[in-house]
Design a protein around this ligand. Structure first.
Ligand code: PXG
Length: 287
């Protein structure tokens, strides 16, 4: 495996960053998770745009412009000869002293691109649907650490994941600081009620898979809403599913012990899953 590290491709065993890198010391950095299907990188421009938006707010600059960054992603895939891949782009603040002050970082921002495979949930759950719970850890409030930032500081989500794991579940709903449904630990959430597809309007990452699903729904004339969502609305939904680059689209059939709809993946979920599979193999940056 060849990893892109600050301008060169190195072997996995040599892909190392300094212990003084503030990405390591403080989670001070940004990242993206991208997928490619059949030698097409899906929504590459959108992922790179979001990466640069996170970097803009974190005030991290890199030597590469967006076009060059996209080229690095494509070259990493070519170098590793991967047809279908999960790509992780990481930008850290770079090396500094032991204080948290970014002003004292003397190093350049580090840019790392890894192309590998990923499976988040067991394959059978994509057919049967999964059971999830709501966990006590609340999603970061926007005034503290905005969930729109895809930063290297993911402890909020990791704490929620630990709570899910401790209760025997592999995914969990996180509420926002007001008690509304925000998202899951690494996925956005959708519900279907009376053929209307809804997803939380706030407190969550603006997921690129989420945006794609909203577009696909419009294409097949399904009404969509971005709205405040309560747990009650999830419990009484006809269908529920989660979306994310790593997870793709996965049906949910039980939430906090309440069966959702028929207890099986519903027709809207199945339709959106089918369309997503098609679009990911048709659109994208060829390599
Ligand atoms: N919400 C959060 C909090 C995420 O981290 C998504 C939604 C989905 O966004 P996209 O743009 O991918 O549709 C994400 C991204 C993991 C893992 O191991 C998950 C993500 C990122 C990194 C790791 O579960 N999901």
């Amino acid at each position: 495996m060849k990893i892109y590290l600050n301008g060169e491709f190195v072997d996995k065993k040599d892909a190392k960053v300094s212990v003084f890198d503030h990405g390591f010391l403080y989670g001070d950095g940004a990242f993206e998770g991208i997928r490619s299907y059949d030698r097409l990188v899906f929504k590459l421009q959108e992922h790179i745009d979001r990466l640069y938006e996170t970097m803009h707010t974190l005030m991290i600059t890199v030597d590469l412009d967006k076009k060059q960054m996209m080229k690095v992603v494509v070259n990493t895939l070519k170098k590793n000869n991967l047809r279908d891949a999960y790509i992780r782009v990481i930008v850290t603040r770079g090396e500094g002293d032991l204080g948290l002050d970014p002003k004292k970082c003397y190093g350049k921002a580090s840019v790392i691109v890894i192309a590998d495979k990923i499976t988040l949930y067991p394959e059978e759950l994509y057919k049967k649907g999964m059971e999830i719970i709501t966990v006590p850890t609340v999603r970061n409030c926007p005034e503290a650490l905005n969930p729109q930032l895809k930063s290297l500081n993911y402890l909020n989500n990791i704490l929620a994941k630990i709570e899910a794991n401790n209760s025997g579940y592999c995914e969990a709903i996180m509420l926002d600081h007001l008690g509304y449904v925000a998202e899951c630990t690494g996925d956005n959430i959708f519900i279907v009620k009376h053929n209307i597809l809804s997803t939380p309007s706030q407190g969550r990452l603006r997921g690129i898979t989420r945006e794609t699903v909203l577009e696909l729904a419009v294409q097949c004339k399904i009404e969509t809403r971005e709205t405040l969502m309560t747990r009650h609305e999830v419990y009484i939904a006809d269908e529920c599913f989660l979306t994310g680059t790593a997870a793709e689209i996965i049906p949910v059939v039980k939430v906090d012990g309440r069966t959702i709809g028929s207890g099986q993946p519903g027709p809207v979920t199945n339709k959106i899953m089918k369309m997503f599979k098609m679009v990911t193999r048709q659109d994208g940056e060829k390599y």
